[in-house]
Design a protein around this ligand. Structure first.
Ligand code: LHQ
Length: 258
C-alpha cells in the first residue's frame, strides 16, 4: 500500500508509506493520495486532513528508478499525472496540515508546500533537489517558493539545491513551525483536531480568498472578499460563533454550509 489512510474523529490521517525509498513518489502513490483526498472531501464527518509519512523521510520526490532514461515526453506525462494532485491539495475545501517527519526533497518538498499548514520535525529538511539532476523545481515549486520566501531565497534554493533545515524554513516563513521530533505528531494531531472542530465552510472560503489574492489587485480582492464574506455569513457556524461570543461560551461549530 503506497499510502495508509486512518479515520480519526473529524479528520483523515494519510501516511505516505514507502519508507524503504524515503516515500519516493510514484504514479500509484499519487493516484492513491488523490482517491483518499476525494474520499475525505465526500465524507460529511471529515473536516480536516493530516498528511505525514512513514519512516525517517517525508518524501524524496519522484522515484528516480522509474525515470532512468525516460524520454522528455514521458516526464511530461508524469507531470500531467502529478499536477492534478498538487491542484487538489492546494484547493482542497478542507484544511490540510502536513507533518514533515524527515527529509522532503524535490516533488516531496513541494507536495508539503501545497498544504495549508506545514509543521516539520526539527531534524527534517527541505531540498529543492531538482538541479542536482539537471531539472527545474516542479509540482508547484516555482510558484510556491517565491511567494513564500521571496525571489532571492527561492532562486538560491532552486539553483544550489542545498538542504534547508526545518528551523530555517520556519524562520523564513516557508512553513508554519519546526517542532521537536518527539512532539511532531502530537502537535500536528492537536492542530488538525482543532481545525476539524472549526468553521469548515469558512476555512474553504479563506483558502479561495488567499488563492484569488495571488493574481488580484486590491480592488478586485476587496470585491472577492465581499462576495466570500457574504457566503460565510450565511453559514450556521457564523451565527453560532456570534451567539457563542455573546453567551461567553466556546463555539460549537458544525462545519455545515447551510
Ligand atoms: C530513492 C529516492 C528517489 C528512488 C532516495 N527515488 N529511490 C517529477 C516527475 C517527473 C520527472 C522528474 O521530476 C519530478 C520531480 C522530482 O521530484 S525530481 C527530484 C527527485 N528527487 C531527488 O532527486 C532526490 C533523490 N534523493 C536524495 O537526494 C537523497 O536520497 C535524500 C537527500 C532525499 C536523502 O538522503 P539520505 O538521507 O542520505 O538517504 P539515501 O540517499 O541513502 O536514501 C535512502 C534510500 O532511499 C536509498 O536506497 P538504498 O537501497 O540505497 O537504501 C535511496 O536510493 C532511496 N531513495 N530517494 N527519489
Amino acid at each position: 500500500m503506497p499510502i495508509l489512510v486512518e479515520t480519526r474523529p473529524g479528520y483523515r490521517l494519510i501516511t505516505l508509506n514507502r519508507p524503504e525509498r524515503l516515500n519516493a513518489l510514484t504514479v500509484e502513490m499519487a493516484d492513491a493520495l488523490m482517491a483518499a483526498l476525494d474520499e475525505a472531501v465526500a465524507h460529511p464527518d471529515c473536516r480536516a486532513v493530516l498528511l505525514t509519512a512513514a519512516g525517517r523521510g517525508f518524501c524524496a520526490g519522484q522515484d528516480l528508478t522509474a525515470i532512468v532514461d525516460a524520454a522528455p515526453a514521458e516526464i511530461g506525462d508524469l507531470l500531467d499525472h502529478y499536477n492534478p494532485l498538487i491542484r487538489k491539495l492546494h484547493a482542497l475545501p478542507l484544511p490540510i496540515v502536513c507533518a514533515v517527519n524527515g527529509v522532503a526533497a524535490g516533488a516531496g518538498a513541494n507536495l508539503a508546500l501545497a498544504c495549508d499548514i506545514v509543521l516539520a520535525a526539527q531534524s527534517a529538511s527541505f531540498v529543492q533537489a531538482f538541479a542536482r539532476i539537471g531539472l527545474i523545481p516542479d509540482c508547484g515549486g516555482t510558484w510556491f517558493l517565491p511567494r513564500l520566501v521571496g525571489q532571492a531565497k527561492a532562486r538560491a534554493l532552486a539553483m544550489l539545491a542545498e538542504p534547508l533545515p526545518a528551523a530555517t524554513a520556519a524562520e523564513w516563513g516557508m512553513i508554519w513551525q519546526a517542532v521537536p521530533d518527539d512532539r511532531l505528531m502530537t502537535e500536528a494531531q492537536a492542530l488538525t483536531k482543532r481545525l476539524a472542530a472549526g468553521p469548515t465552510a469558512a476555512f474553504a472560503l479563506i483558502k479561495r480568498a488567499f488563492d484569488a489574492a495571488e493574481s488580484n489587485d486590491l480592488d478586485a480582492q476587496l470585491d472577492i472578499e465581499r462576495d466570500l464574506q457574504v457566503a460565510a455569513s450565511g453559514t450556521p457556524d457564523h451565527a453560532e460563533g456570534v451567539r457563542a461570543f455573546l453567551d461567553k461560551r466556546p463555539s460549537a461549530f458544525t462545519g455545515r454550509k447551510s
